[in-house]
Design a protein around this ligand. Structure first.
Ligand code: G
Ligand code: G
Ligand code: MN
Ligand code: NA
Length: 249
């Protein structure tokens, strides 16, 4: 059977689930937010990870209803967290180009009662490869509403620096491939330079894929603002993250 056929049915059968991975402020040790990560529990395929179905969802246009579901669900979950904890949602280029995207986002916020400043949208370079003004205009409007924009997988693309010049972003998330290789002298130099770059531009820097206390200590010394990764917390069900964000005063 084609993945596409199953994917279509999966939406109506509610086979998708959101997991949440906590994000920590390095200086205070406090959990300040969580990233929503979609999972597909297929009765025939078992657990399917985003890398295996998001591309198909993008090609078929299914990413539009799936993305809307993610936004609504993520905001509903965030509404139960203590105020101040934000939710980060990944957004694909296809969604960003869709004409109703802004109203999809504002409806998700309105129906959950979550304020715009508690929502962060993570975009990758593929969103920005679209040279048209549509995406730029959308990004500006989102930011005017108070929603933050994070540049995901920073450093592994083709022109991360050129995008930083053109695109209004609030945050960069250093790709986890840099963090896992931080014992390498050259990689460490690149990471500290990205942190300094973010600081000078007034952009929050988050390190992804933090797995060891050694990596965290390096990032703390270098002044990195946020950390995310298995050391801080694995992606887990909404209830589990709820406990974490409630405990952290
Ligand atoms: O969760 P990992 O668990 O495998 O996620 C891998 C990637 O899948 C993430 O980096 C992210 O870019 C993408 N992803 C996860 N959830 C979503 C989602 O709800 N929407 C989109 N567009 N991408 C997602
Ligand atoms: O948005 P994006 O590409 O960044 O999604 C994060 C992905 O990275 C998810 O697939 C998540 O499961 C994975 N991930 C999160 N923390 C870690 C980590 O510490 N180590 C590794 N190897 N993967 C991680
Ligand atoms: Mn992400
Ligand atoms: Na990433």
């Amino acid at each position: 059977r084609a993945l596409e056929t199953d994917l279509q049915a999966a939406l109506t059968r509610q086979e998708f689930e959101l997991n949440f991975q906590p994000i920590m402020n390095i200086a205070s040790g406090e959990i300040v937010g969580a990233e929503a990560l979609v999972r597909w529990h297929s009765p025939v395929r078992g657990l399917v990870l985003p890398q295996d179905f998001i591309p198909v969802a993008e090609e078929t246009g299914l990413i539009i209803p799936l993305g809307e579901w993610s936004l609504v669900k993520a905001c509903a979950v965030a509404a139960s967290w203590r105020s101040g904890v934000y939710i980060a949602v990944n957004v694909s280029a296809v969604q960003m180009r869709e004409r109703n995207f802004i109203s999809t986002v504002t409806s998700a916020l309105a129906s959950s009662g979550v304020p715009a400043n508690r929502l962060e949208l993570e975009i990758t370079e593929t969103v920005l490869m679209d040279e048209s003004d549509v995406v730029l205009t959308t990004l500006r409007q989102l930011r005017q509403l108070g929603i933050r924009i994070a540049l995901d997988d920073f450093g592994v693309g083709y022109s991360s620096l050129s995008y930083l010049r053109r695109i209004p972003v609030d945050k960069i998330k250093i790709d986890r491939s840099f963090i896992s290789d931080i014992d390498n002298h050259d990689t460490a130099a690149i990471v500290s330079t990205i942190i300094r770059l973010g600081t000078q531009l007034g952009i929050t820097v988050t390190a992804e894929g933090v797995e060891t206390t050694g990596q965290l200590e390096f990032l703390r010394r270098e002044g990195c603002v946020q950390a995310q990764g298995y050391l801080i917390g694995v992606p887990s069900k909404a209830e589990a993250v709820c406990n974490i964000v409630r405990e952290a005063h």
